[in-house]
Design a protein around this ligand. Structure first.
Ligand code: KIV
Ligand code: NA
Length: 266
């Protein structure tokens, strides 16, 4: 398979074919998801929660994300590698966004970057795109703004729906190659998707988006905690790993491991 590029994602939308984005933060997961045919591997700032153990995405830094992006870029043979710009690394100015995005491209081999926000981020999207850096936008519920949005809440209800369409159109006009919509009512996400030439990527945004994205630890059930309504668990890795690890512990205690075949003769 050849490398997925932004124009392929555009083509898929035009052909009415759905595509997938999934998070990845390390070598093995990136290789598995790439082999499975996931078009875009997102090294999300959700690494803050899912790799570094923070309660929100806010604390994670560029320096913490760069090695993860580098690992994913090394093992993704076909997928487009998308690096999330973390909180505080791009909102200040288009120049700040440019500086951060360039770090992800040069130091980690990212193919594109993602940033959160609507109209306020139009100058950032325009500068980066003009500079040759593909940008994925992210609207609706934007976790980096949770303190402004009043927690995890569905966005774009009522009068906000029209504003969301305008926001999405402005981001498209600024050059974004795709737009993630998080926790948006399905009919609103459908309206945005219809209004845009570029693909929309839904997470809690219904069936009519051009693509879907999930956090892999939620999708594969490594996370055993309570997950959002929009998550579908395709496996229960938590119990697979817990049971296997318990077996290892008891084998060692009972003298069943290592056996002769795991040991060296003199
Ligand atoms: O950081 C992340 O994982 C994301 C996706 C959930 C869209 O931004
Ligand atoms: Na994110």
């Amino acid at each position: 398979r050849k490398r997925i590029r932004t124009h392929h994602l555009q083509q898929l939308k035009e052909q009415g074919e759905k595509w997938t984005m999934l998070t990845a933060y390390d070598q093995y997961t990136a290789a598995i998801f790439d082999d499975a045919g996931v078009e875009v591997l997102l090294v999300g700032d959700s690494a803050s929660n899912n790799v570094y153990g923070n309660e929100t995405s806010l604390p994670v830094t560029v320096d913490e994300l760069i090695p993860l992006v580098r690992a994913v870029a090394r093992s993704a043979k076909s997928a487009l590698v998308l690096a999330d710009l973390p909180f505080g690394s791009y909102q200040g100015s288009p120049e700040q966004a440019f500086h951060t995005a360039v770090r992800f491209m040069k130091e980690a081999n990212a193919h594109a970057v993602k940033l959160e926000g609507g109209l306020a981020m139009v100058p950032q999207v325009k500068l980066l795109t003009d500079a040759g850096i593909p940008v994925c936008a992210h609207i609706g519920f934007t976790p980096q703004s949770e303190h402004n949005l009043g927690g995890y809440r569905v966005q774009g209800r009522g009068d906000d729906a029209a504003r969301m369409v305008e926001e999405a159109k402005a981001l498209e006009a600024a050059g974004a190659f795709a737009i993630v919509m998080e926790m948006v009512p399905s009919p609103v996400a459908a309206e945005v998707t219809k209004a845009l030439r570029i693909p929309t990527v839904g997470i809690g945004a219904g069936i009519d988006c051009d693509a879907q994205v999930l956090v892999w630890q939620d999708m594969l059930g490594l996370n055993s905690g309570k997950t959002a309504r929009f998550v579908k668990k395709y496996a229960n890795l938590h119990s697979v790993m817990l049971d296997a690890t318990k077996q290892y512990v008891s084998d060692v205690k009972e003298g069943a491991f290592p056996a002769a075949e795991h040991s060296f003769e003199s």
